[in-house]
Structures are given as C-alpha cells and as structure tokens.
Design a protein around this ligand. Structure first.
Ligand SMILES: [Zn+2]
Length: 254
C-alpha cells in the first residue's frame, strides 16, 4: 500500500517569518486525500500543487487560530477551482460558527455542500478504507489527536499537547507519529505552561507508543534551537527514527 504525507506548514502560532507556515499536513492514502489542520494560507500551497479541489476531508485538531484560520479561504478557493462534491469538516465545538463568522456566504453560495461534524473523544471517522480515531490531547483548549489506520499504515497526529498526556494512550502502536515539538529542553517550563511539548518529550512519547518513526513539527524557532536538537538529541536517538520536518517535506508511505 502506498501514500504520502506532505507537510504544508510546520510552524507554531508565534513562528516569525515565512520559513515555517502555520500548522497543516496533507495525507494521501490510496483512496483518501485529507488535510489535518488548516493554518492560514494553506490553500495556496495546495492549490499550487493542483490538489485543492480533491481534498474530501479537513480535520481541525483544535480551535487555536494557527490551526484553522485558513479554512474559509480554502473552502472558497475549492469552489473557485470547481469542486462539486461535499466537503467534510471535522473539528471541535465552534468550528461551524468560526466559518460562519468569517464568511456566512460560504454556507450558501458555493457549489458544494459542507458537512460539518464535531470532534469528540473516542469518535471514529470512516473515510474511504481508512479509519480515523479521535482522542483527547492535553492542551489549553479542547484538542484532539488523531490516529489514522489503513492496512499496514498507521499515522498518529498528537495535536497540540503537553506530555505525558494520558488521553493519547490509544496512540500505542502507531508506526509513524507526527508529534508537536514547540520547544527545546531550555524552554521546558514555558512549553508546559502553554500546553506544549519539547522535542525530548515528543521522542519519549513515540518510544512509549512503540512508534518506528517520529516526525517532529509545530516548531517555534524562538523557543526551539533546531540545530541543537538535531546535533544533541536526534543523533543519539536510534529508535525511533526521529527527525524534525520542514515545510514541504514529503514522506512516502509504503
Ligand atoms: Zn494550540
């Protein structure tokens, strides 16, 4: 079975400059194309690659702006590019209101229906042949991690969370764990205060879940010296295979 993960945005809410855009990841499975989080501007990169009108599901992990503000523009752009099929949006309580506040016309004047569902702990979404399992992360607002399973592929998304987080226990056995790593070790306390993880905590979580690969994203380079993490932490980590991902990195699934 083949597929890919394309990192559209690997930054955090306060990331400066344009090196790392806001959170967004595209997952392509043999019969399912979906987006996890939709930070501002994600539609540009999706549109450039010609995949925007084909995305059938947008999953929003939580209602912090860096994870959902791109949604109204993504909906409108998909309309402009000829989408006709329903678009499913799954997100926490308040997701429909957020879209309505920005663009009420999006519910009436576009060429495809929006199917909006509320995410909750334990919810399972069947999408194509993939099973998406929702679980509660540990953040300042309701935040929902996601485990995607299809055949021998399993991908976990931590959402924004501090670690250890008991609610993410169902992540056990996830082969590829995409975990937020907002900070490095020197900002451990700051990260905890704001409900985030360090790179070390992300790797510890991936060990606990028996993951083979840990891909670290949601990096805030004000609080995370990536070069130091690569040199001091990732070089000594043999299992899982861990690395920090950058915008537009593509990971092939096989
Ligand atoms: Zn957040």
């Amino acid at each position: 079975m083949s597929g890919s993960i394309l990192f559209i945005g690997t930054g955090a809410g306060g990331s400066s400059g344009s090196t790392r855009w806001r959170a967004s990841t595209l997952v392509e499975l043999p019969d399912a194309l979906f987006l996890v989080d939709c930070g501002v501007g994600c539609h540009y990169r999706l549109s450039d690659r010609g995949v925007l009108p084909d995305i059938d599901l947008v999953y929003v992990t939580h209602m912090h702006m860096d994870h959902f503000l791109g949604l109204p523009e993504l909906i409108f752009q998909a309309h402009m590019e000829g989408r006709k099929e329903p678009l499913k949006i799954v997100g926490p309580e308040g997701i429909a209101e957020a879209i309505r506040a920005v663009g009420p016309h999006l519910f009436s004047d576009i060429n495809f229906p929006l199917q909006i569902e509320t995410a909750s702990n334990g919810k399972t979404i069947v999408f194509g042949r993939a099973k998406l399992q929702v679980m509660e992360a540990c953040h300042l607002v309701p935040s929902y991690g996601l485990k995607v399973s299809q055949g021998d592929i399993s991908i976990g998304f931590s959402s924004d969370t501090l670690e250890p987080c008991p609610g993410l226990a169902p992540m056990k056995g996830t082969k590829i764990l995409i975990h937020e790593a907002t900070c490095d070790d020197s900002y451990t306390e700051l990260c905890r205060k704001y409900g985030h993880s360090t790179a070390r905590q992300a790797i510890e979580a991936s060990l606990k879940f028996d993951s083979e690969v840990a891909l670290l994203n949601h990096i805030d380079e004000r609080f995370h010296n990536v070069n130091a993490t690569v040199k001091n932490l990732l070089k000594v980590s043999e299992k899982p295979l861990a690395r920090i991902v950058n915008d537009l990195d593509k990971v092939l699934l096989k």
